[in-house]
Design a protein around this ligand. Structure first.
Ligand SMILES: Nc1ncnc2c1ncn2[C@@H]1O[C@H](COP(=O)(O)OP(=O)(O)O)[C@@H](O)[C@H]1O
Ligand SMILES: [Mg+2]
Length: 243
């Protein structure tokens, strides 16, 4: 459904951060993007979501060239970002977050709030609470629920378990795993393969702005990915210790 081809991205203040990244999400499922801090995971997700414009390369969604699109166009097309660090509106309540989030463009289909609350029952008792009054886990749930409110086909979830207690992280992971059955493909950025293996069907490895390889989750696939990494970057393999 989504393909980036030779995507190079730079911030105005510096040189390229992503180098000729070619990534394909063939279809439904949960796909993980892993790599150490600074690898470029957030930059790639922001580029797909239209917050950054690539210097070179292309982005295709369902075969259509959408390179350089704007964030609101991406949302209308069914691509939603749950950003790293949550980026909620601190003084708005949970209910106000839902009310303020529209897919736009006259697209009528929104996820009903009741469905979102079924996925995140904890938020039911928090509808009148302001975002800054929520726990970290609740804030993360709201971040994902707000993104789902726009009825996306593709959810970009950037480090959704960062800083959370394991039991809360597991709740988030469980919800992400359920999304493909509801018609939502997920691309989730995570720090390492251990976290990715719990949630993802395929794992893409990014290091220093280069996509090193991708493989289905599982022991055999990990071995294949390890071989690929060894062939691609002999003696220089930042992802290897995690595999
Ligand atoms: N707004 C920015 N301006 C300049 N450089 C940035 C900016 N945001 C991130 N970078 C740089 O881009 C690189 C990739 O960052 P990022 O995409 O946040 O990686 P990750 O999400 O994998 O930790 C890092 O070297 C980071 O310092
Ligand atoms: Mg990041």
């Amino acid at each position: 459904m989504l393909t980036t081809r030779d995507l190079t991205v730079a911030y105005p203040t510096g040189g390229p951060v992503l180098h000729a990244v070619t990534l394909t999400l063939p279809g439904p499922g949960v796909h993980a993007l892993i790599g150490p801090n600074g690898a470029g995971k957030t930059t790639l997700l922001h580029t797909i979501a239209g917050h950054l414009t690539p210097t070179t390369g292309t982005l295709h969604l369902h075969g259509h060239d959408v390179t350089g699109w704007r964030p609101e166009t991406a949302v209308r097309a069914g691509v939603a970002l749950a950003p790293q660090g949550r980026r909620l509106w601190p003084s708005l309540t949970v209910a106000e977050h839902f009310a303020a989030t529209q897919p736009g463009g006259g697209r009528p289909d929104q996820w009903p709030i009741d469905d979102l609350l079924d996925m995140f029952p904890t938020l039911t008792g928090r509808l009148g609470h302001r975002a800054h009054q929520l726990s970290g886990g609740e804030q993360q749930m709201l971040t994902i629920a707000r993104a789902l409110r726009t009825a996306p086909q593709l959810l970009l979830a950037d480090e959704p378990t960062e800083g959370l207690a394991p039991i809360v992280a597991d709740q988030i992971t469980t919800v992400l795993r359920e999304l493909p059955a509801r018609g939502v493909t997920v691309l989730v950025a995570l720090p390492h393969v251990t976290a990715a293996a719990q949630v993802a069907d395929t794992i893409h490895v990014l290091a220093a702005g280069h996509l090193l390889g991708a493989a289905p989750t599982g022991a055999a696939a990990s071995a294949a990915l390890r071989r690929h990494l060894t062939l691609t970057h002999p003696g220089d393999d930042p992802a290897e210790p995690d595999l």
